[in-house]
Design a protein around this ligand. Structure first.
Ligand code: UGY
Ligand code: MN
Length: 254
């Protein structure tokens, strides 16, 4: 007799720590599903968030660039871009054969080339959004740096540090920061604010409270938080934890 495999009852469908709420979602590597973009050769693209989610202004892509892969024609008119290397070995606007944690901000109107001449794949985070000009402020200039060479500023809470990769200047319509937490350090409050966040866990582990849900998060997890999403974080591991954070800034959202 032909026996078909039993259907998985819904109760057993696990999102592997990932999840979704009204104003947020958490995507872990176990939830990834690779795509391609025509302008990138030999590159698997994980579209962690794009404006197709309904409320996001920004896109974040995780690019896994194979040896010999990369691009010569990305971006597009009107879009500004932020690139952050998760692994060393890529060549692009952030430098040649750049170490991990190198970054580049490219104002709208620019294009960029990226290549991987190493013999192993290398990962890159790409944040892309439309620039929103504002009267009285010139368009922002390009910024290039390496987060490992920069000193974070201690925040108002002991054990919480913040590193700003972009100048704090009203020409910029978004901020890119690295927030790091000593074990035991916690947010002073549950934040609820207008700005959206795109977050990528760089190291360590902790609990992210989003709306009424608790998520165990760790290195390589992704979080989208929409406007006014209640948010609270506390680290749970024995080592420092850190995340890369996008936040729209300096505009009132009209
Ligand atoms: O700047 C922020 O809004 C930041 N404190 N939020 C967060 O880390 N979820
Ligand atoms: Mn916040």
């Amino acid at each position: 007799m032909n026996q078909s495999p039993p259907l998985l009852p819904p109760a057993q469908v696990s999102t592997n720590r990932g999840g979704i709420g009204q104003g947020h979602y958490v995507i872990t590597p176990a939830n990834h599903f690779g795509s391609r973009l025509p302008e990138f050769a030999e590159t698997v693209v994980k579209k962690l968030t794009t404006p197709r989610n309904g409320s996001a202004k920004a896109a974040m892509y995780l690019l896994e660039i194979e040896p010999g892969g990369g691009t010569v024609a990305p971006a597009g008119e009107g879009f500004e871009n932020f690139l952050y290397t998760l692994d060393g070995g890529l060549t692009g606007p952030f430098g040649e054969d750049a170490p991990a944690s190198s970054f580049a901000f490219l104002p709208q109107g620019g294009s960029f080339e990226i290549s991987n001449s190493a013999d192993i794949p290398a990962r890159l985070l790409w944040v892309k959004r439309r620039y929103e000009p504002t009267a009285g402020h010139p368009a922002p200039e390009p910024v290039v740096g390496c987060a490992n060479d920069m000193l974070p500023t201690p925040g108002s809470v002991p054990g919480v540090y913040r590193l700003e990769m972009l100048p704090v200047d009203a020409s910029f319509d978004f901020a890119m920061s690295i927030l790091s937490f000593d074990p035991g350090a916690v947010f002073p409050k549950v934040e609820i604010h207008d700005e959206e966040h795109v977050l990528y866990m760089l190291n360590g582990r902790g609990i992210y409270v989003l709306e009424r849900e608790n998520y165990e998060v760790q290195e390589d997890d992704f979080i989208y938080m929409g406007p006014y999403c209640p948010q609270y974080y506390y680290p749970t591991g024995l080592s420092q934890s850190a995340y890369l954070l996008y936040k729209d800034a300096n505009r009132d959202g009209f």
